[in-house]
Design a protein around this ligand. Structure first.
Ligand code: SF4
Ligand code: SF4
Ligand code: SF4
Length: 408
């Protein structure tokens, strides 16, 4: 990783544009922003004699700085490097961050008895206990687990064999918390004649990386690349409906983790809506959509924008008859995965999201759509409106399920 870092440090022209776009720098006094943190502090940290600055832990990994940088500096790489050095320096294991970095493991434990887990997580006493013991924000609600995970649902279905195959990387949130997103993606792909393959897969590794556990996150990435490789070699496209997972597979496995074979993976990975827009361009998208007579506010997640593919979900949603779609366009929602669940970051997370919450109230739509489960939790928390994934809306439109929007 050091070679790549040195190259990126030298690309920085010290313009400060990254800091001007950083949502944390705008809200946290004392957080000097990515120009100082990414380029300058990282260079400083290369000498082990120099002390590290703990403020770097406030970077939420949104990537807005990287998107704005005119010199193409991989600021995410610099931030990840610095945060992992901070974690290495800590004397004691941070139990909270270590747990938050492993959503799949937590979900497996929570899924032993879904009803009981969900009941416990809803209780104010539980939240109070978790705030006291693990410094989790008491005002947050934890995402509820689904009765049946996506993978269990998928395993009991009949196989829709086809010569056109596509691999689905679902992500932990879809698997354990919101399987309806995955079901909608599978249904849409099958409607277009694809056989969907779901290889054994783990978390993409982003939560570990974002919490400073670089090596463990990389191991997670290596395991996923190994599992997908045989399908990759057959030339099948890989589709993911979670923008953070997609970004990891498309770019970060190669650029940050430097995993062998990840460059090829990156070339074959598509965001689910990007894949459907591609079908539209090729004249293969089924345009027989039924009306959804609603107003909808659409939020584009930071990790989707970082992919440089425009706003494919927004394009698709605008195809649905009678659906009035308004882009929220107010930057980062402020949650950034587990970041906004931490007690010391909660207020800032809500302050960052305020512009988006206000814009949603101004649009005054009953529903919000976003591609990221985490953004969905934050936008619901900030506005108390129902949040759906664009794939769920598209499937509802194909099936003419406009009356059941409240049940999605
Ligand atoms: S990743 Fe986001 S929070 Fe971190 S320095 Fe860049 S803009 Fe700021
Ligand atoms: S935007 Fe890029 S070039 Fe400008 S200060 Fe930030 S990292 Fe350096
Ligand atoms: S980034 Fe994707 S795979 Fe990783 S925790 Fe989030 S939803 Fe799950």
């Amino acid at each position: 990783m050091k070679g790549a870092i040195l190259g990126d440090l030298d690309k920085c022209i010290k313009c400060g544009i990254c800091t001007a776009t950083c949502p944390v720098a705008a809200h946290k006094p004392g957080f000097s922003g990515p120009k100082h943190l990414g380029a300058e502090l990282t260079r400083f940290s290369l000498d082990p004699q120099n002390p590290l600055e703990p403020e770097a832990d406030y970077c939420c990994n949104c990537g807005s700085c990287q998107e704005a940088c005119p010199s193409g500096v991989n600021i995410s790489l610099l931030n990840v490097y610095y945060k992992s050095k901070l974690k290495e320096q800590q004397r004691w294991t941070n139990i909270r961050d270590s747990l938050l970095g492993r959503p799949a493991a937590l979900a497996k434990i929570g899924s032993f008895n879904v009803g009981l887990t969900n009941f416990i997580l809803r209780q104010q006493a539980t939240k109070g206990l978790l705030e006291q013991s693990l410094a989790l924000a008491q005002d947050r609600s934890f995402p509820q687990y689904a009765e049946e995970s996506f993978t269990k649902w998928f395993a009991r279905r009949r196989i829709n064999a086809s010569s056109k195959k596509v691999v689905y990387f679902l992500g932990c949130f879809t698997n354990y918390n919101r399987p309806i997103t995955g079901k909608s993606v599978v249904n849409i792909l099958e409607k277009h004649g694809f056989q969907v393959l779901v290889p054994k897969q783990g978390c993409c590794g982003l939560p570990l990386m974002a919490n400073g556990y670089f090596t463990k996150g990389r191991q997670q990435g290596e395991a996923n690349v190994k599992a997908i490789k045989p399908l990759l070699e057959q030339g099948f496209p890989i589709v993911s409906s979670c923008p953070s997972c997609t970004l990891m597979l498309k770019r970060e496995y190669a650029e940050i983790f430097e995993i062998a074979g990840a460059e090829q993976l990156g070339l074959q990975v598509y965001d689910a809506s990007e894949f459907l827009v591609k079908l539209k361009v090729e004249g293969q998208l089924d345009m027989d959509m039924k009306p959804l007579p609603y107003k909808l506010a659409y939020h584009a997640p930071c990790h989707l924008k970082l992919q440089g593919i425009g706003l494919p979900s927004y394009e698709l949603l605008k195809l649905i008859p009678e659906l009035e779609v308004f882009e929220i366009d107010r930057g980062c929602c402020g949650l950034s995965g587990s970041y906004g669940y931490k007690r010391e970051k909660y207020e800032m997370s809500m302050a960052i999201g305020k512009k988006a919450f206000d814009r949603i109230r101004e649009i005054n739509s009953k529903y919000i759509a976003t591609d990221c489960g985490g953004c969905g939790l934050q936008l619901h928390h900030g506005t108390n409106r129902q949040v759906v994934h664009p794939a769920e809306l598209l499937w509802s439109s194909y099936e003419g399920l406009c009356s059941s929007m409240d049940n999605i």
